[in-house]
Design a protein around this ligand. Sequence first.
Ligand code: ADP
Ligand code: MG
Length: 450
Amino acid sequence: MSTFDNLPLTKHLRRAIDELGFVKPTPIQEQSFPVVRSGADVVGIAQTGTGKTLAYMLPILQDIKFQDIDTPRVLVLVPTRELVLQVVDRINEFAQFMNLRVLGVYGGTNINTQKKACAQGVDVVVATPGRLYDLAAARALQLKTIKQLVIDEVDVMLDLGFRIQLANIFSILPERRQNIMFSATMTEEVDALIDAYFIKPKKISIALSGTPLNNISQECYRTRNFYTKLNLLNFLLLDKEKYSKVLVFVPNKKHADMVFEFLEEQYSSELCVIHSNKTQNYRIRSIKQFDEGINRILVATDVMARGLDLHKISHVINFNTPVFAENYMHRIGRTGRAEEKGNSILFFTDKEEVSKNSIQSLMDYEIPQVDFPEDVIENEQLLPEERDIAKISKNRSTETRKRDDGFHEKKDKNKQINEGGSYRVKLAKKYKKSQTKGDIIANRRARKKR
Ligand code: ADP
Ligand code: MG
C-alpha cells in the first residue's frame, strides 16, 4: 500500500498531513508529486473529491524557497470567491508548521483593503482572475517574482468566460514560470488554452470523468413535473435523520429561489440558498452555516457549488437532470468526498429522460429507479416552460454548463400560467400545505406578469 512515507516530505509537511489525519496519498496526489517537482508544465485531470488541492500544493510547498522578498512566488487562480477562501484555508492547514504568508484576493469587496494586505508581504496568492488583474494593474501586487502558476478548476473558469482575463494575466506574468493546471474535465476550450500557453505539458489523468464514484450510491425518481418534484423533495426532507446534510442542485437562480421559497415554510431554520444574484456576504454565510451543520439543507446552482469541498454531505439531490452529463458527475462528487459514503438522488421527468440516458451511458451504469412514494401528491400544474415542448427543446441549449443565468426570459404572452382547473388537487391531509404553497408561488408569479 502506498503511504505518505513514499513521498520525501519535509518534516513540517509530514506533521501537517498527520495532523489532518490523512493516511495515504490519493492517486492524483501520488502521481503529481514528482511531476510538479520536475518543474515541467503540468495538466492534472481527476474527478472532484480526489484531493487535487493537496496534489498541487504538496509539491509546491515541498520546494518553496524562503527568500527575503515580500512579493509572491506562487499564484493560484480559481473561478469563484468561495473557492479562494476555501483554498486559502486548505493551504494554511497544509503549511501550519511553515512560516508561509498566504493571501486570498477576490472581487466584490473593497480593493483598498486588499491592496494594503498585498503590501504586507505575501508568498502565495490565491485569486479570482478579475481582481488579480486589477491589483496587478494598480501596481499593488507585483507579479514578476511568480515562479509557479496554478489554475484550479480551469474548465469552470473557461465556462464562466474568464478566457480573456486569463490571457491578460498570462501576458503580465514572467515568461519563465511553471504552469500547472487542474481540472475535473478536459474540454476543447481547456485544450486550446493548453496549446496556447503551456510548453510540452506532462499530463496526469486519473479516471475518465464519467467513471462513477463507487462510494456513492445512486437512485432516481421518475417525476411528473416541477411542482411534483417540489412535493417529493419536501417529503424526502422530512426524514431528518437520514437526510442529515443535503445539497439540492437546481438548474438556475430562478429555480433556486422558487425551491427555496417553497421549502421555507416547512424548513426555514434549516435552509439556505446560494446563487450568483446573492450578495457575497450572503453566499459566504450560507456556505459556512451549511458546512458547519447549522443549516441542514443548501439549495445551489451548479456554478456556485462547483469545486467547493463541503464536509460529510449525506445526500446530493439533483432537482433537475443536468443536460450535460458531466455536470451530473460534478454534482454527485459533492458527496462521498475522499472515500466517505455518499448518496445521490436524481429527479427526472419524461422530458429529462434523454439527459438521464446520456448520464447513464457516460457512467456505463444504470441508476436504480425508486418507486414514486404513494404519500406524495402528484401535482399536474405546469410551469410555462414545461407546457410548451417546442420552447423547452430550444431552451435546452440555454441550460448549458456555461453559466447559471438560467432559462431565457420568455415573452410575456408565454408566461401565463393555466389556472383553469387543469390540475386535480388530490387531498392528502399531511401534504396539503406543500400543494398550496406550490400553487401560491405559481399564482404569485402569474399575477406578477400581468
Ligand atoms: P478536489 O479538488 O479534487 O475536488 P479537494 O482537494 O477539495 O478535492 O479534497 C477533497 C477532500 O478530500 C477534502 O476534504 C480533503 O481534506 C480530503 N483529502 C485530500 N487528500 C486526502 C488524503 N490523502 N486522505 C484523506 N483525505 C484527503
Ligand atoms: Mg478542487
